[in-house]
Design a protein around this ligand. Structure first.
Ligand code: DON
Length: 563
């Protein structure tokens, strides 16, 4: 595991420098709306689609495709993601998570000594899961979009063909990812022209990606996952020792899932179910805090911080049981059931930290004995919301670019437990349910979330691996429980705890000196970190006021159509 810190530095750029033929729904949408995403060019694409009469789904898909061009560190076609939407009152969750290729094996990331070799699950195409984004973004639009598919893809085609300028963020990310990118000549020739990180202001044109997007606009996902495109992906993967095949690509399916839903301070919240742990962690956190009377404690108090951390500690202890929903023994129903939340709340000592080693995960009752990421949020003039998180996992994924398509492949296989019990890129300790297995979806922490109370509606989410559900829950609690404005809630310094390692991570300013001392006295270990997550959120109030906030932790961009 010594390789982890170096690889983390290499791959976690986001954390470091920033982040079928059914007719589209014909509902008329009042013009306007708001978009928040990681890149100004992508946000303005989304806003343009809203102004052209597109709904929140049209704008979200167009923004995601623009990110696939201008935000290579994370925005993707070679990865996967999740979307939680509330469209016309319908609440739905789309799972377009990558899957393990058919040739994946439980021991594929272990060395001769039986221990995980991080390099294998992080660098090069063995680390790549079967991409889900081409099918997923198309499916999201098919079900909820209003504008023609081609119209939604066109702005990304223009960005790729006409070009876009390298901004400070992209330059910093390329600088940070340089070592990884330069390992693969095909990748370097595109993103490190002449072996150098392009200067700010350099015009980047991606003609092959533009052509691939054009084919996608004309023929749908088949243009990227079948025929000569699939053959090209398989060729590049094979060249560097990967196992992903054209058959894996052809067999990929996105899945509509039932969102995790829970009440919070008079609001309804919907978030992502398995194969993401995000919604379960958010739901457990809300349920335990409600039982502990968290809302009535003073804001910014040590009492609140202590209880929040104790709730997260327990939610992440249960995460160890989770994986692909097809093979997970602990169901969402078990982990969000009132008796279990009652018990978790009762276990919390209000004056002492519980050591993580003393927090046992949920157990089935005996009678049940059984064998780098980017988030965008959009709201339209009708109050429809889309919360969408996509990821390549580490920055620039596994580093390999398919030259014919100029698409970077993910390294999502690292989200599996290479050896159950040993930590992954995010230090997460995971269990058997998340062991590598052919066709399985690797467990995620991504938490695209929407919440509403009457006509007041918000959408939010974040990148940041294991920090995603904790960053998302803090902003949600601040807005929903404390009635804070979106901007203040997103800007507020954050904390994080994930059961193991047993420590609180704290951003500068998250804890006053007295609070720090008091938490230490209660038995918490505390470590400062620069930043936790990068939340992009939008809101449309019941009065029709639009808000869009890009987290100041990164150079994202937010805009509304209101003056
Ligand atoms: O699915 C997950 O939980 C991770 N692959 C997310 C990675 C991520 O957020 C990278 N950005 N910092």
């Amino acid at each position: 595991m010594q390789i982890r810190p170096r690889l983390s530095a290499l791959l976690l750029t986001v954390a470091a420098c920033c982040s079928g033929a059914v007719a589209p729904t014909p509902t008329r949408v009042p013009a306007g709306g708001a978009v928040a995403s990681a890149a100004p060019a992508a946000t303005s694409v989304g806003l343009g689609i809203l102004k052209a009469g597109g709904n929140a789904t049209d704008a979200a898909v167009a923004t995601a495709l623009a990110l696939a061009v201008v935000h290579p560190v994370a925005g993707n076609l070679g990865g996967g993601g999740f979307a939680v939407v509330r469209m016309g009152g319908e609440v739905a969750a789309l799972d377009f998570r990558e899957t393990a290729p058919a040739a994946a094996r439980a021991d594929m990331f272990l060395g001769a000594d039986g221990r995980p070799v991080a390099e294998k699950s992080l660098v090069g195409p063995l680390a790549a899961g079967t991409p889900g984004s081409p099918v997923g973004l198309f499916e999201l639009h098919r079900r909820f979009g209003r504008l023609p598919w081609r119209r939604v893809v066109t702005p990304a085609i223009h960005l790729a063909l006409r070009g876009f300028k390298v901004n400070a963020r992209l330059r910093a990310e390329l600088e940070f990812g340089r070592e990884l990118l330069s390992r693969f000549p095909e990748t370097a020739s595109v993103w490190l022209p002449h072996g150098r990180v392009p200067a700010e202001g350099t015009l980047i044109r991606l003609p092959r990606l533009g052509a691939a997007l054009q084919a996608y606009a004309e023929r749908g996902p088949q243009a990227l996952t079948g025929g000569s495109a699939a053959a090209a992906i398989e060729r590049t993967v094979k060249k560097y020792g990967g196992v992903l095949t054209a058959a894996d690509l052809a067999g990929y399916r996105a899945v509509w899932r039932v969102p995790i839903r829970f009440p919070l301070a008079g609001w309804e919240v919907a978030s992502m179910p398995l194969p993401s742990s995000g919604g379960i962690i958010l739901g457990q956190t809300a349920g335990v805090l409600e039982r502990l009377g968290w809302a009535s404690l003073p804001a910014d108090s040590v009492e609140r911080d202590h209880l929040l951390v104790e709730a997260w500690r327990r939610a992440f202890a249960d995460r160890v049981l989770l994986g692909d929903p097809a093979t997970t023994r602990a169901s969402e129903g078990d982990l969000l059931a009132a008796p279990w939340l009652d018990r978790r709340a009762a276990e919390v000592d209000r004056s002492r930290a519980t050591a993580s080693r003393d927090v046992a995960s949920w157990q089935p009752a005996p009678r049940h004995e059984l064998p780098q990421t980017t988030h965008l949020s959009v709201v339209d003039g009708a109050g429809n919301v889309v919360s969408l998180t996509t990821t390549l996992n580490g920055s620039f994924g596994c580093g390999v670019l398919v030259p014919r398509l100029q698409i970077l492949l993910n390294n999502e296989m690292d989200d599996f437990a290479a050896a159950p019990g040993s930590p992954n890129l995010y230090g997460l300790v995971q269990g058997e349910a998340n062991a590598v297995g052919r066709g399985k979806r690797m467990l995620s922490s991504m938490s695209p979330t929407v919440a509403w109370r009457g006509d007041d509606v918000i959408a939010l989410g974040s990148p940041g691996g294991s920090r995603i559900p904790t960053a998302t829950s803090q902003v949600l609690l601040a807005v929903v429980v404390d009635g804070q404005g979106l901007e203040r809630a997103v800007a507020a310094p954050r904390l994080h705890h994930q059961w193991l390692p047993d420590e609180i991570l704290a951003e500068p300013g998250a804890l006053a000196a007295a609070g720090l001392d008091e938490l230490r006295r209660r038995g918490h270990a505390i470590r400062s970190v620069d930043r936790l997550g990068e939340v992009h959120a939008v809101r449309r109030t019941a009065a029709g006021v639009l808000e869009a906030v890009a987290d100041s932790r990164g150079p994202g961009s937010a805009a509304t159509t209101q003056p």
